[in-house]
Each structure stands twice: as structure tokens, then as C-alpha cells.
Design a protein around this ligand. Sequence first.
Ligand SMILES: [Zn+2]
Length: 187
Amino acid sequence: MHVRTLVRGLAATLAVAFALAGGQAAAVPSTTADGALAPRVLTYDASGAAEFKTAVNRGAAIWNESVDGVELRPVAAGQRANIRILADNGWPRALPGALGNGTVYIGRQAVNQGYDTVRISSHELGHILGLPDRKPGPCSSLMSGSTAGTSCKNPYPNAAEKAEVEENFGGALVLPTGAPRNAVIVD
Ligand SMILES: [Zn+2]
């Protein structure tokens, strides 16, 4: 019990440190009434996602259906989101910050080539949740990204990808796996 409290306190301290260092909204773990670890709530702002808003909301909903450790919610008006989602004319990419924070670009270059917008959205959100690319890979893998081809419309993480995200958000002191903080992950 003592150790758990200490670990939780340390995690909160780290989250504050990230917020101070990166200027980003901190994702602080919370607990339910019975002391169990509640899903980490991360907010996202899709107001800059232009024609991809619906796809982005679907991608977020897919993660909510797929994992228990984290929940993606649209940010309330006037609040700062953990995740910013923007549309642009480049290739889709993610700029992860501290685990669960960052910016995602839904790039029209891939959309114009025929890649599925919901798969792109959940793939890029996967990077924010700490997953690296797994390329080349099959359509059953979300993080195989574009290597699965334009015919692949699967927006769901596979069992291993789900487990990795659960692990990322289940442990209080787990830092981002995958790319180093602030690196750009293209596609
Ligand atoms: Zn990727």
C-alpha cells in the first residue's frame, strides 16, 4: 500500500515535470473509488482536422473499444488538449511528446493516393499511444501503415498492438516506447 502510494506520487511528479518541460497537458493517472487504476483520459482536439474530423473521431472510438487503459475524449471548448489533430497536404505523420501527448497530421498526400482515412487516423493515434511503426507488415497490423497497401482498410490494432498500449498505460512509470520524445514519425 505504501509502495503503491509512493509510486503514484512519483508518477504525478513526473507528469508535472513533463508538463513543465514540454509545456504540454499532463496525463496524470487517476484511481477509481475502490483504488483501481482508472483509464487514463487523454483529450484530443480535432477542430483543425478539416474534412477528416469524422475519420479522426472514428479512429479515437476504435482505440476506446480496443483498450481499457486509456480513453480518448474530445477536448472541451477552451481547454488545452493532450493531442492536436490537423489536416495538411503532406504525408500523414505524428509528433509524439510525452506518452499520450503530441500532434498528428492527417496528410492529404496519402489520402489522395487512396489510403483509408480511418486507418490513417487510428495508426497516427497509435504513435501518440506509444506504438512504433511495424513495417513492412500485413493489413491485420495497424502499425504496418502504408506497407499494407491502399486496399487495406483495417483500422483496428491487433492483439499485440493492443497489449503494448495496455502496458504503456497500465504501468505508472512507463515512459514512451517507440520513437524518442519529440521525434517525427512519418506515416
Ligand atoms: Zn506510422
